[in-house]
Ligand binder design. Structure first.
Ligand code: AMP
Length: 632
């Protein structure tokens, strides 16, 4: 992999020249005077003195050449709606929304909290914030009122924007009552709330004097043109809250110029998405993947982006592939969980539609197990690129970079450090570099490249303390993930350093055990947690979902299956990793973004309260864990 290696090396050794070239991928109102200011480590400022605007780069600059091209396609299998906006139409909608912000007194630097379902207006208001230099904070619709209130109090928004309701699996999910409750709990409620009334929640009642109707405001701003507010490159574009090891969510703060450049470069080198083509990212605007690869990056690149409201298996498991065929999607981005969900469906859905337009499927957000990676690659007959990143980085850290070189893909690995990232696998004991095939902490030598978080909102100290103090001898950014680099330079992520378990003095990643459990042919999904044990400190317990439940119909069969799985772990990883019990369940507790709620499972297994469950996808999953633990 000579070409990519050279590219990566150059991005580090000739950092400024490299990023100077990438900066030309976006439009600047004023050019920068310095590529990187790293005079106050670990804080980095990119493209110092440059002035730009995310909305301008996502919309305005395309108007002359692609005004009539589709910019946004909104598809809802929940309401049966499909709506297309050209770049010119998107420009109009965003100008109207930006006009509303101005009318309501929102100015540069103000925060606007967006709590919305996957509807086109959510994209309009995000871009409108960017246009006027307001800092949006999109909170995922699944968060409950108390969590929303915490975020309101941290961001202190000047305005909130919401909708009457969302829909999921055909069921209405009220949003506004949650906002009402959150505003009752919050210490710093904004004066106004704009509500997109979709007519879903029949009980919707606006609070007089506070709640404003989006459609009415839109009408009164129909012909408004709102000029772009130019921002210095390091001025914040948005805050996105993420959870860590403490209860208080961290507001990940992103800059403007560095982010725009990082996204534009990633579309070229990693996603290989070209202007005029279509990208379909199945995430939610409430998550970082939604920010970067539903909204900003495809539009900055002049592509058409698809905003999908619905489930992957409704009306049937072919819906995503139908969308790919209907809209000639070139680049698709989804999650390993989704791939595993599809794996349990009829494989005929994957061959039913014409997928000839699709070049790549990208998966990220959680570990992609080797069997699933293999399965979906075989089923699609397309390169499936596992890539690894975090809310903090905003774009990939590890990936194949096929725009530079078509390096072979290995199953179960997100390939190589992406250009710009000086990534090292460090020994936990002394921060020295681990050898090939030796497990260590995935760390990034600062400065973090453009696009990564610039700080924690309102708390520089927390930024330094949380991310840069894992090692006493070196100020490096800790990802809190375990990783391994093999002899060929491919990297494997083995789970969070903060989810490690310790069995009789041996440190194990729950992820490693899960991989081993999944080597059993009948396991679709599994969660392994460390449970307190009087003798060994901790023991691993597995909760597994089987593919074919007829194999575990009787208690005898279950016991035999449990033994088989344990043997598989012995074989794959060694007896040290063998789960003390393997419980079979029908589904696992997960957040709506597909992350396993390991801590909640662990708490239940240890007889404790499962803790914060505001993001849980389906509470029935926890009941199953309880029943399994009770021997049911
Ligand atoms: P989030 O910030 O919520 O996206 O979570 C980031 C975390 O998800 C990372 O620190 C990893 O633990 C995990 N993660 C994301 N992508 C991958 C991947 N491709 N492989 C393994 N783990 C991943």
């Amino acid at each position: 992999m000579g070409a990519y290696q050279d590219f990566h090396q150059r991005s580090l050794k000739q950092r400024d020249a490299f990023w100077n070239e990438q900066a030309a991928l976006i439009d600047w109102h004023q050019p920068h005077t310095q590529v990187c200011d790293f005079s106050r480590p670990p804080f980095a400022q990119w493209f110092v003195g440059g002035q730009t605007n995310l909305c301008y780069n996502a919309i305005d600059r395309h108007l002359v050449t692609r005004g009539d091209q589709k910019a946004l396609i909104y598809i809802s299998t929940e309401t049966g709606q499909e709506k297309t906006y050209t770049y010119r139409e998107l420009y109009k909608e965003v100008n109207r929304a930006a006009g509303m912000l101005h009318t309501l007194g929102v100015v540069k630097g103000d925060r606007v909290l967006i709590y919305m379902p996957m509807i086109a207006e959510a994209v309009f208001v995000m871009l409108a914030c960017a246009r006027v230099g307001a800092i949006h904070s999109v909170v995922f619709g699944g968060f409950a009122a108390a969590s929303l209130a915490t975020r309101i109090d941290d961001a202190k928004p000047a305005l909130m924007i919401t909708a009457d309701a969302g829909m999921r699996g055909g069921r209405a999910i009220a949003y506004k009552p949650l906002v009402d409750e959150a505003l009752r709990l919050a210490q710093h409620p904004p004066r106004n709330v704009i509500v997109v009334n979709r007519g879903i929640d029949k009980d919707y009642t606006p609070v007089v004097g506070r709640d404003l109707d989006y459609a009415t405001l839109r009408k009164s701003h129909a012909e408004v043109n709102t000029p772009v507010t130019w921002l210095e490159s390091s001025e914040p574009s948005y805050i996105l809250y993420t959870s860590g090891t403490t209860g208080k969510p961290k507001g990940i703060q992103r800059d403007t110029g560095g982010y725009a450049v990082a996204l534009a470069a990633s579309m070229k080198h990693i996603y290989c998405g070209n202007a005029g083509e279509t990208m379909f990212t199945t995430s939610d605007i409430g998550w970082v993947v939604g920010h970067s690869y539903i909204v900003y990056a495809p539009l900055i690149a002049g592509m058409t982006t698809i905003l999908y409201e619905g489930l992957p298996i409704r009306p049937d498991a072919g819906i995503w592939w139908k969308i790919v065929a209907d809209h000639k999607v070139s680049v698709m981005f989804s999650s390993p969980t989704a791939a595993r969900v599809l794996k349990k469906q009829d494989p005929a859905y994957l061959t039913k539609y014409d997928l000839s337009s699709l070049r790549h499927l990208f998966l990220a957000g959680e570990p992609l197990d080797e069997p699933t990676h293999q399965w979906i690659s075989d089923a699609l007959q397309k390169p499936v690129i596992d890539h690894y990143w975090q809310t903090e980085t905003g774009w990939p850290i590890l990936s194949a970079v096929h725009g530079v070189e078509k390096t072979p893909l290995k199953m179960g690995t997100p390939s190589f450090p992406v250009y710009g990232y000086d990534l090292q696998i460090l020994r936990e004991s002394d921060a020295s570099e681990a050898a090939a095939d030796e497990k260590g902490v995935v760390a990034i030598m600062p400065p973090l490249p453009p696009g990564c978080m610039s700080t924690v909102w309102g708390d520089d100290e927390r930024f330094v303390k949380t991310y840069f103090t894992s090692f006493r001898s070196k100020q490096v950014y800790a990802t809190f993930d375990w990783g391994i680099r093999d002899k060929d330079g491919y990297h494997y992520i083995l789970g969070r350093t903060d989810d490690v378990i310790n069995v009789a003095g041996h440190r194990l990643g729950t992820r490693e055990i899960e991989e081993a459990v999944q080597s059993h042919a009948n396991i679709a999904e599994v969660a392994v947690v460390g449970v307190a044990d009087a003798i060994k400190g901790q023991i691993p317990i597995a909760f597994a979902v089987v593919k074919d439940s007829s194999q575990i119909a009787t208690r005898e069969q279950q016991a035999a299956h449990e033994k088989e799985v344990m043997d598989a772990v012995d074989k794959q990883l060694g007896a040290i990793g063998r789960p003390a019990r393997v419980h079979f369940v029908n589904l696992l507790p997960k957040t709506r973004s597909g992350k396993l709620l390991r801590r909640s499972i662990q708490a239940l297994a240890e007889g404790r309260d499962p803790g914060d469950l505001t993001t849980i996808e389906d509470p029935a999953a926890l009941e199953q864990i309880k029943v399994a633990l009770a021997g049911g």
